[in-house]
Design a protein around this ligand. Structure first.
Ligand SMILES: Cc1cc2nc3c(=O)[nH]c(=O)nc-3n(C[C@H](O)[C@H](O)[C@H](O)COP(=O)(O)OP(=O)(O)OC[C@H]3O[C@@H](n4cnc5c(N)ncnc54)[C@H](O)[C@@H]3O)c2cc1C
Length: 383
């Protein structure tokens, strides 16, 4: 992807992301990791930079950027803090969901405050019993009067500490499988909702992963965003973009890995010469560089196909699978090359390594990408 492919708004969004990453995120990410918490202020600051309405149409106050530009924005943010970047991906997807699927009332009610970072969004699909088989969710939404009653529990929800508006996926008819799944817009302070504490994890705390318990949560019929029959499809509609985005985030992580390791190898010596002249280390860094290039090509190729065809499940799965594995292996190599100091928080490598591991679960695990790729392979050879 070259700059001329992007329009002026998209170039401005990327420049804003670079400024936000090198300024605000760079100043705070390490502290957030040590405190195991990202403050709510991040959404306000991101909104000021235009990063809360990336996918919303300009006539509704957003930037309306395309998939390739979105990937580049997320690559730039992840270069400094992938967990914070993913938190913004979830928020932006929610805002786009409202913009695209919402009733005029929902758009008027929620959109301006979401664009301003005053209402934070969250996507509640995964449940404690499992996330890969998303059609098997058991959180129920049963009709009652002129509304619904929701019961169940959601797990591994990004933005749990800050979310104000929950995009809850629930089963309206257990006999209907994926066709019974609908999506509801539920304010997080609705009676019956318990916000569970964010998880104690390996790292990447800015993502704010946690859960919500829903006990007899009563919502009106106006809370229904996507009805049964379309809810599961809506949940999966943006999945190719999300997977390509995670791949681009891994590009940012690998760039950060090389930018940390290479200066160190060139300035530190062992056995009478710079580490950068030791062939074993040279080859390791050369492999990371190759991975970086391959991840970038796969990610932006998936974006190009999504922009051309509207969807690109196989390309997005290849990109996500390859990039998350390459980022984890590449960051591990960079950390090893830096020596024991790589374990310290003052080098961002430990935080980036945790982020690369998280990336292997987000928006479908590596194994689920293989399911998608295998399906495409079988189809290709059956035809
Ligand atoms: C940091 C973080 C943030 C997240 N944010 C959100 C969010 O905002 N909203 C949300 O809804 N979810 C979110 N998730 C959940 C994520 O989507 C799930 O973790 C993911 O879908 C996998 O589900 P699981 O962890 O329950 O693993 P399981 O589904 O229990 O799977 C366990 C293992 O079995 C493997 N497996 C499953 N099926 C197959 C198969 N058919 N073939 C081979 N192997 C298989 C999986 O790959 C995995 O390795 C987040 C996860 C993380 C780590």
């Amino acid at each position: 992807m070259t700059k001329p492919d992007l329009n002026k708004t998209e170039q401005a969004a990327i420049a804003a992301a670079q400024d936000f990453a090198s300024g605000y995120l760079q100043r705070n990410s390490q502290t957030w990791e040590q405190e195991r918490h990202m403050p709510r202020e991040m959404f306000h600051e991101a909104a000021k930079a235009g990063l809360c309405g990336l996918l919303v149409r300009p006539e509704h106050g957003g930037m309306g950027i395309g998939t390739s530009a979105l990937l580049k924005v997320m690559e730039e943010l992840s270069y400094v803090d992938m967990a914070a970047a993913f938190s913004l991906v979830v928020h932006n997807n929610h805002v786009r969901f409202i913009d695209k699927e919402g009733t005029p009332e929902q758009v008027t009610h929620y959109l301006p405050k979401m664009l301003a970072g005053e209402i934070v969004g969250a996507f509640l699909l995964t449940e404690p019993q499992g996330g890969s088989d998303a059609a098997a969710i058991t959180t129920s939404a049963l009709p009652e009067g002129r509304g619904y009653v929701l019961n169940g529990e959601k797990a591994w929800i990004t933005n749990t500490p800050h979310a104000d508006l929950l995009n809850v996926f629930a089963q309206t008819n257990p006999d209907a499988g994926s066709k019974g799944i609908a999506s509801f817009q539920v304010p997080a302070d609705t009676p019956g909702i318990t916000r569970l504490p964010a998880y104690d994890m390996l790292g990447g705390y800015a993502i704010g992963a946690g859960g919500f318990r829903l006990e007899n949560v009563r919502v009106g019929e106006d809370a229904l965003l996507v009805p049964a029959g379309q809810g599961f499809r809506a949940a999966m509609a943006g999945i190719d973009i999300a997977r390509a985005c995670v791949a681009a985030m891994c590009v940012g992580l690998l760039r950060a890995g090389l930018d940390t390791a290479m200066p160190r190898l060139m300035s530190r010596s062992a056995f009478g010469r710079p580490l950068a002249e030791q062939q074993g280390l040279q080859w390791q860094m050369a492999d990371v560089s190759t991975s970086l290039r391959a991840c970038s090509l796969l990610a932006y190729d998936a974006a190009r196909l999504i922009e051309r065809d509207g969807a690109a499940p196989e390309a997005a799965a290849h990109a996500k699978k390859f990039a998350t594995e390459a980022a984890f292996a590449g960051l591990q190599a960079c950390m090893q090359a830096v020596g024991a100091d790589g374990l310290k928080q003052e080098f961002p490598l430990a935080r980036h390594l945790a982020a690369a591991k998280m990336a292997q679960y987000l928006d479908g695990t590596t194994e689920i990408q293989n399911v998608v790729i295998s399906r495409a392979l079988q189809k290709a050879y059956a035809d």
